[in-house]
Design a protein around this ligand. Structure first.
Ligand SMILES: [Zn+2]
Length: 72
């Protein structure tokens, strides 16, 4: 089963209703859920008590390293 969530940036993301939390390779976050955007792109999201659903690419202190990884 798939559920659709909306990030605080307005992006809609599909995540499985049953999921396992993943760990971020960049920082210590261990509550990452991998979702799929409407464009079919896999992105890591997490739920923040104050901000709601956020993309971990924006949230992660090591986000620059993700971008590097994407090229290689
Ligand atoms: Zn991170």
């Amino acid at each position: 089963m798939i559920q659709e969530i909306t990030l605080n940036s307005g992006v809609k993301v599909k995540i499985p209703t049953t999921f396992e939390y993943a760990k971020c390779r960049g920082c210590k976050a261990s509550d990452i859920i991998w979702g799929i955007t409407e464009k079919g792109k896999a992105i890591p999201v997490r739920f923040d008590d104050h901000e709601g659903w956020i993309c971990h690419f924006e949230d992660c202190p090591k986000a620059n390293e993700f971008r590097k990884e994407k090229k290689g």
